[in-house]
Ligand binder design. Sequence first.
Ligand SMILES: Cc1cc2nc3c(=O)[nH]c(=O)nc-3n(C[C@H](O)[C@H](O)[C@H](O)COP(=O)(O)OP(=O)(O)OC[C@H]3O[C@@H](n4cnc5c(N)ncnc54)[C@H](O)[C@@H]3O)c2cc1C
Length: 369
Amino acid sequence: MGKRLLLLGGGHAHMVTLANIHKLQSQGHQVTVVQPDEYHYYSGMGPGMLSKIYAPEEIRFATRRTVEKQGAGFVRAKATAILPQKKRVRLDNGQDLEYDVLSCNVGSAVPAVKGQGKSLCFPVKPIASLLQVQKKTLQLLSQGQVRLGVIGGGPAALEVAGNLQRLVQDAGGKKAQVTLFAGRKFLANLKEPIRKLARKNFVRRGIEIVEPGYVGQLGPDTIELENGENYESDLTLLAVGVMPSPLFVDSGLRTGPDGGLLVNEYLQHPDYPEIFGGGDCIFFKNQPLDKVGVYAVRQNPILYHNLQASLNRNELKSFHPGGDYLLIYNLGDGTGIFSKGSLTFGGRPAFWIKDWIDRRFMKRFQVMD
Ligand SMILES: Cc1cc2nc3c(=O)[nH]c(=O)nc-3n(C[C@H](O)[C@H](O)[C@H](O)COP(=O)(O)OP(=O)(O)OC[C@H]3O[C@@H](n4cnc5c(N)ncnc54)[C@H](O)[C@@H]3O)c2cc1C
């Protein structure tokens, strides 16, 4: 007999499942996808959208169209609670949806900074908000001198600051200063050769790096460090890491220490075997994983297999995170930094490789009219 599969979020770990909805439907199952937006934005190309290297249409998946084209249901809403005993999910539109099998790929969010509400501040997630940052920056630039602050010392802050600089440069932007507030140390968790290449690039392009110094709070147009230093900022971007969606803690489900949905080697919740998950929103019990899209992408085939197996009472497969992963950073000026194992290099070829990989990924899962 057919069962109900409910997918929360059409994120990076659900790509293969979304592409194969028609197969699940043809087996008699009924699939429903819940997401607050009709599109899902590919984070790997997000900073490039900020700088206008990519148009929004090039970096987003038309989730609603993908789902409806295959005869399944799409609900534009946000899940606010999972009621595991009742096998129901509550949505912010007041609706309750029932499921036999549930899969969660609801991602993560940037934790707030004190005083954020008082200033013009945008977290770097959801990725779609980078479009608002682009529009607001161009608007401010048209009015005069602009100070742009990026708070964060990791790869997301690096890419966002580099692409913000590209945006103002292309807009004839001598009037803008991009400043990166890197906390303890710029790219503290990355290897020295990466840090050196990134620093050299930023110095050459006039992007200021403030370190060490944690941001204490934001004022209406200031960034205040814990050490008492004050910087002016007309628009601030927050890239201070991410935390899994609060959905699981709010629902009283067992989570990892970071609040991510606890899952075993089958990407399955240990208490409720009909609940699965992938991407930034899970805590993988066997080995805590970095919050990078690479793992979400690697989880795809296993998650799809296990959802199908769970619907059809077949055997589940284990997820193995795999070894070292390739990372390429888009610096926004047509160059990138490539890093895999002991190999690190910068320049145009690094960006070309990233661009090729990212476009190929988009092409694989993008559904056109
Ligand atoms: C600027 C930036 C650049 C990055 N670049 C890279 C990179 O180049 N390579 C890399 O490996 N990683 C990169 N990352 C990390 C990467 O973004 C994450 O690891 C990745 O997005 C995780 O994918 P996800 O599908 O789990 O979550 P998300 O991409 O956050 O997707 C979650 C989806 O769920 C939906 N959703 C959220 N809440 C709910 C809810 N309550 N109910 C229903 N739906 C919901 C959202 O709308 C969204 O569509 C970058 C991150 C940032 C911020």
